[in-house]
Design a protein around this ligand. Structure first.
Ligand code: PEP
Length: 259
């Protein structure tokens, strides 16, 4: 699948999770704009908490850095206290939305079915979903990583038409690697990404699957991004802990350039 006909621009996203006040987020965004202005062929986005989206959007202005949200609800409006709609995210300048992150699955009852509703809602509002998939340690040790990933991908994308697939990003995030300091080896990441791409080929077509970006997430740092990004099916990174310092995140984004 490392076919030269399919050039996939790597995408690197900072997932700040429950971190940064509005002031801290603005400061980071302004410094990041300058630090990555020459990044070349890498797409970069930051995903602040909901409270900082609007201010970060203004701080980024016309820069090459895009804005992402960490979650969304699938309804457009109504009696859903505490929720945020896709249109609201679009209104503040978001382009991407992280969906089905393992922390949402673990702590907030996210399921493959709810993730699927969110993916559909996001795409129909002209936003781009980042669908997070990946097995936990128990799954891996029981040799069922592939069946868990397959279920995440097939259910998460159920009913998504072919024409919307190019707007969709998949993040392969093995749960055992998230926030643990244990990164998947380049071979483990490549095997999982290749497997996801082969699933997409079965669900859609080889051509469409070859154009989909599959990010790796799980303890990505400046010193391991280069070996991960050289894998043919690794198309960027979703970065948690190492995205909280601007220099560290900028270094990861710059190193994700495959050219
Ligand atoms: C994440 O939360 O998506 C993530 C990959 O976190 P970390 O980089 O800290 O492992």
């Amino acid at each position: 699948m490392g076919d030269d006909r399919y050039v996939r621009t790597p995408i690197v996203i900072a997932n700040w999770k429950l971190n940064k006040t509005v002031g801290e987020a603005i400061k980071f965004a302004s410094a990041l704009r300058d630090a990555v202005s020459d990044v070349g062929s890498v797409e970069i986005a930051v995903a602040p908490a909901f409270t900082a989206l609007s201010s970060v959007s203004s701080a980024l202005g016309e820069s090459i850095v895009h804005l992402a949200a960490q979650d969304v609800f699938w309804e457009d409006d109504g009696a859903f206290t505490g929720e945020i709609s896709p249109a609201m995210l679009k209104d503040v300048g978001c382009e991407y939305v992280i969906i089905g992150h393992s922390e949402r699955r673990q702590f907030f009852g996210e399921t493959n079915e709810s993730a699927n509703r969110k993916v559909k809602a996001v795409l129909s509002n002209d936003l781009k979903p980042i669908l997070c998939v990946g097995e936990n340690l128990e799954d891996r040790e029981a040799d069922r990583a592939e069946s868990v990933i397959e279920n995440h991908v097939r259910t998460g994308l159920a009913g998504i038409p072919s024409e919307m697939l190019p707007s969709t990003v998949i993040a392969y995030e093995p749960v055992w690697a998230i926030g643990t300091g244990v990164t998947a080896t380049p071979d483990q990441a490549q095997l999982a990404h290749q497997f996801i791409r082969s699933l997409l080929s079965e669900m859609y077509s080889v051509e469409l699957a070859a154009g989909v970006r599959i990010q790796y997430g799980g303890s990505v740092k400046p010193d391991n991004i280069s070996e991960l990004i050289t894998q043919p099916d690794v198309d960027g990174a979703l970065v948690g802990g190492a995205s909280l310092e601007v220099e560290t995140f900028a270094q990861i984004a710059i190193s994700a350039n495959k050219q």
